[in-house]
Every structure is written in structure tokens, then in C-alpha cells.
Design a protein around this ligand. Structure first.
Ligand code: SF4
Length: 383
């Protein structure tokens, strides 16, 4: 199970939002300027302490990812201080990918330029839809024009690596309406796109909104058509799908997110953040104030530190690896885990191969596109 120490990714969680969207299930809270100021100080302390803990010589890192919440609610000097803290605590490569998730309404040209100067070199915009009625239904604060403008402003500020998120299967959304958003996304010329199916959680306010307004989600078959047709249009426009939900122009796959799907290692900073290093999984306390107070008192912020056993590590590597269009490198798994995956799981996997949901060629095992629609059922083999 040994291999050279992988280069780390550094995930920074920023849990503040200007308003809480009616479908949101993330770890976030309403923006409060004083709390944010104290949170940034706590983050800086956690990063500094981790640098000391990880190794006597600084561990190397090649990605920094500000996720949320809404990281674009940070002021650029705060972002600069956090990046500097990462560089002080870790040996961060000079060409590191530094991503910041941004909401279109929380940026302007000046802020984007300042974020670029602060060291951010990749932006990921939470656009979700290019149709105003859908954005209102999701209680988002921006409209389609603001989303388009934000992308243009990012280019103007010098960003050559810009991603956007879209959500499909929205309440009352028809296939043609979804494809309108896909076409608008293509027209706005991003380098990378993430497409997610809306999941309506049982306690989400959106569920009540849907009941009141009599909105429903399209039938499952339409959701499948939305996914497959979008992928085809994106491929025709020069994007390559590299993961179930992600497409990119050449060389623009998310280096940070690939760590999650290629059995990589990363550290998570901030409330609720989780990390995986050397087979040890950690998760921080989720409460914002709890996190701040613990750091102020010099107490540990991890609520969970768990060494995964060999079976769990293997299961994780297979489960996440199957998300990639390239699939799992079976020879590599054999080298690292000493397991012949096909031999071990043949009885469970063969029916999926026969049904055209899985492809096995030479030393690779990958989902086909129809298989991606039923990914959870296939992946359950490894859990
Ligand atoms: S902006 Fe994102 S994190 Fe914040 S409430 Fe909306 S969906 Fe949740």
C-alpha cells in the first residue's frame, strides 16, 4: 500500500452567505461582518498549526480551494492573508491552482482584479441557471444578466480559468428550458462546467415552496435526457467530460477536485471541513462559533479523527475512481492495495458490464454514459 507521498490539496471552508437559498444543504450561515473577521483569524491559526503538525519539513501542496458558503464574501486582503498562511505553513508550488467559489452578485470588476492580485487564479461561479424565473424559484440573488456580466468581468480581470455550476431538474423545468441554460453557458465561454441534479432535501424550504406553488420535478426519463443531451452539446462545443458531473476544455480539469476522485490527499480548514491524509480521515466541528472559540482557547477543532482500515480505503478508491470517465486503473489498484478488483468483484460487476453500464478494457474499469445515470447502483458494489 505504499507509494510516494502525494502532493496535498488545501481546502478552506468559508461558511458565510448573504441569504440562505431555499434548497441549500451545505454547512453555512448568514453573513455577519464581525463573525467573519473572527473566523478569518481562527482559520489563519488553524492553518499555521497544521503546518507545524503535518511534518517537520513542510508538506508540499499544489492546490488551494476556497469553498463555501460564499467565499467571494471575503475581502481580497483576507483572501491574500489566507493564501500567505498556506504558503508559510506548506511548500505550495509556484504554479498551484488557487480556486475561489464566487456568487455572481458578490463580485465586481474591482473586486475580481483584487482577488487575482491576491493570488486566486481560478474562479468557480455558482450560476445554477440562465433563466430568471428558475433563479427566482431557487431564491438566488442574481439574475442571468448578472451571471453573464460576472463571467465577462472575470475575463477582464485576467482570469483564464473560469468554471460555472449549473443545476438541472429544477422545479417545473422542462428539457428545452434546461438546454437553454446549457446553450447560454456555452455562449458565455467558460473553461469548465459542473452540472448537478437538484436534490430536494426533506427539510428544505424549497419542498414547501414546491408544494404551495404546485411545482414538480420532471419525470426521471426527462432527467436522464437532460443529462445526456447536455453532455452531448458540451462535447460538441469542445468540452470533454472527465467526471460524472464535470466537463472541461483541454487542460482545465479541476486539479483540486481530481484529488477527491483519484485517491489523493487533502487537508480541510474551517468549520465542517474534512480532510484525508495517509489513510486518516478528519472532520472539523461544524458550528462557526464553536470553531472560532476552540481555536481561541487552543482546543482541537477536529470532531472526528479516524484511521480507515485497508478495506475502507480500497472501497473509497474504487467508489470515487468510478466517478471519472477514465475510470479505475486496475493495475494501479493492484499495485497499491494488492487486490485484483475484477477477480474480487467479478460476480457483482459482470452483470453491469453485460448490461452496457460498465466498460472493462485492458486494465481499466469505467462507467459508460448510460452507466453514469445509474452510478449509485454500480458503485454500491464497492461500499
Ligand atoms: S449560496 Fe450556496 S452555500 Fe450559500 S445558501 Fe445558497 S446554495 Fe447554500
Amino acid at each position: 500500500m505504499s507509494r510516494n507521498r502525494p502532493t496535498l490539496g488545501l481546502y478552506i471552508h468559508i461558511p458565510f452567505c448573504s441569504a440562505i437559498c431555499n434548497y441549500c444543504n451545505f454547512n453555512r450561515g448568514l453573513f455577519d461582518a464581525d463573525q467573519k473577521r473572527r473566523y478569518v483569524e481562527a482559520l489563519l491559526r488553524e492553518i499555521e498549526q497544521a503546518g507545524v503538525k503535518v511534518c517537520t519539513t513542510p508538506a508540499t501542496a499544489d492546490t488551494i480551494y476556497f469553498g463555501g458558503g460564499t467565499p467571494s464574501l471575503l475581502e481580497p486582503p483576507e483572501v491574500a492573508r489566507i493564501i500567505a498562511a498556506c504558503r508559510d505553513a506548506f511548500d505550495v508550488s509556484s504554479d498551484a491552482e488557487v480556486t475561489l467559489e464566487a456568487n455572481p452578485e458578490s463580485v465586481d470588476p474591482g473586486k475580481l482584479s483584487a482577488l487575482r492580485d491576491a493570488g486566486v487564479n481560478r474562479l468557480s461561479f455558482g450560476v445554477q441557471s440562465f433563466r430568471d424565473a428558475e433563479l427566482r424559484r431557487l431564491s438566488r440573488l442574481h439574475d442571468a444578466n448578472r451571471a453573464r456580466a460576472a463571467l465577462g468581468e472575470a475575463r477582464g480581470a485576467g482570469f483564464d480559468n473560469v468554471s460555472l455550476d449549473l443545476m438541472m431538474w429544477l422545479p417545473s423545468q422542462r428539457v428545452d428550458e434546461w438546454l437553454e441554460s446549457v446553450d447560454a453557458a456555452i455562449a458565455s465561454n467558460p473553461d469548465h462546467l459542473s452540472l448537478y441534479l437538484l436534490e430536494v432535501y426533506p427539510n428544505a424550504p424549497l419542498k414547501d415552496d414546491m408544494a404551495r406553488a404546485k411545482w414538480s420535478q420532471a419525470p426521471d426519463d426527462d432527467a436522464a435526457t437532460m443529462y445526456v443531451t447536455a453532455m452531448e452539446r458540451l462535447e460538441a462545443a469542445g468540452f470533454a467530460q472527465y467526471e460524472i458531473s464535470n466537463v472541461a476544455k483541454p487542460g482545465r480539469a479541476s486539479r483540486h477536485n481530481l484529488k477527491y476522485w483519484t485517491d489523493g490527499e487533502w487537508l480541510g480548514f474551517g468549520c465542517g471541513a474534512h480532510g484525508t491524509v495517509d489513510g486518516v480521515r478528519t472532520k472539523n466541528v461544524s458550528g462557526i462559533d464553536d470553531y472560532i472559540e476552540r481555536l481561541a482557547k487552543g482546543q482541537p477543532v477536529a470532531s472526528e479523527i479516524r484511521r480507515m482500515d485497508a478495506a475502507e480505503r480500497l472501497g473509497d478508491a474504487l467508489f470515487t475512481g468510478l466517478r471519472l470517465t477514465a475510470g479505475i486503473d486496475l493495475d494501479d489498484v493492484q499495485r497499491r492495495y494488492g487486490v485484483d478488483v475484477w477477480e474480487r468483484y467479478r460476480a457483482d460487476l459482470a452483470p453491469f458490464v453485460d448490461a452496457g453500464l460498465l466498460r472493462r478494457d485492458r486494465s481499466r474499469l469505467a462507467l459508460t454514459r448510460p452507466g453514469m445515470l445509474l452510478a449509485n447502483e454500480v458503485m454500491a458494489v464497492f461500499v
